[in-house]
Design a protein around this ligand. Structure first.
Ligand code: PGA
Length: 276
């Protein structure tokens, strides 16, 4: 069954901050591949080589990021030296170092070439039990460490059915960014990833995505009145070469975070090319 947008089908949800003002001043399109817990280091190197080979030239208007698993970061980094493809990690611990078995710090990630970090992905929130306060600590450390931090927010299907999308997205954004100064938002990216669309093949329609992106932009305007227009808001959830063009055509969709379709060079390259 198709999931209705918030402003159709189940009654109009109050657009608390008024109409969407299309205030995006973001000039780059961000295309990030989240490889999740897939691929060995050798397979990751192969995929990153294939992506590099297929992208002889990346225009300045596009930022391409790959996020392999922790174990593959170092190997992929050595292959990306000299390339304009950026390296990101999928998680980190908020402390700089210490007795945190199994964890990895921002300094360690930077030492293997990471310049991006995904924080608060729904799989970490819903499968691994991460709460807003831990996500907030990670965001603070990541931004203080000069990593570009991608804060993921998004509602479950039940929350959307109950018209709670805006409440959930507002809570996750406000709490995730508690204590973050305007100055630090230069390295901030928000990823709107409706949980019901992740890995399910159910993509949000462009209008469903755009209405939440608009809401986030207006929320950022309240939180960061000087810089809100420059913060990229990207979409994630079953992005494919087929739907990416229409998503990127929306004024407040400044890029995409791609899971499944980033694991094959052909489909990821098609997605990147749609942004070029
Ligand atoms: P998907 O994953 O593209 O496989 O839906 C997106 C994500 O989890 O970031």
């Amino acid at each position: 069954m198709a999931i209705p947008s918030l402003t159709e089908g189940r009654g109009r949800v109050d657009f608390r901050f008024g109409e969407c003002l299309n205030n995006s001043a973001v000039t780059k399109k961000i295309i990030a591949g989240n490889w999740k817990m897939n691929l060995t280091p050798a397979e990751s190197v192969q995929l990153s080589d294939n992506i590099q080979f297929g992208l002889a030239h990346i225009p300045n208007s596009v930022e391409v990021i790959v996020c392999p698993s922790m174990i593959s970061l170092s190997a992929v980094n050595t292959r990306l030296t000299g390339s304009s493809i950026k390296l990101g990690a999928q998680n980190m611990h908020p402390a700089k170092s210490g007795a945190f078995t199994g964890e990895c710090s921002s300094e360690m990630l930077k030492a293997v070439g990471c310049t991006y970090i995904i924080i608060g992905h729904s799989e970490r929130r819903h499968v691994l039990g991460e709460k807003d306060d831990l996500i907030n600590q990670k965001m603070i450390t990541a931004l203080d460490s000069d990593l570009n931090a991608i804060l993921c927010v998004g509602e479950t299907e039940i929350e959307r059915d109950q018209n709670l999308t805006f409440n959930v997205v507002e809570r996750q954004t406000r709490l995730g960014l508690l204590g973050v100064s305007e100055e630090k938002t230069k390295s901030l990216i928000i990823a709107y990833e409706p949980v019901w669309a992740i890995g399910t093949g159910k993509t949000a329609t462009t209008s469903q995505a755009q209405e939440v992106h608009c809401f986030i932009r207006e929320l950022l305007r309240k939180m960061f009145p000087s810089f809100y227009g420059k913060i990229p808001i990207i979409y994630g959830g079953s992005v494919t070469p087929v739907n990416v063009e229409s998503l990127l055509a929306e004024s407040d969709i400044n890029g995409v975070l791609v899971g499944g379709a980033s694991l094959k060079a052909d489909s990821f390259l098609s997605i990147v090319k749609a942004a070029c």
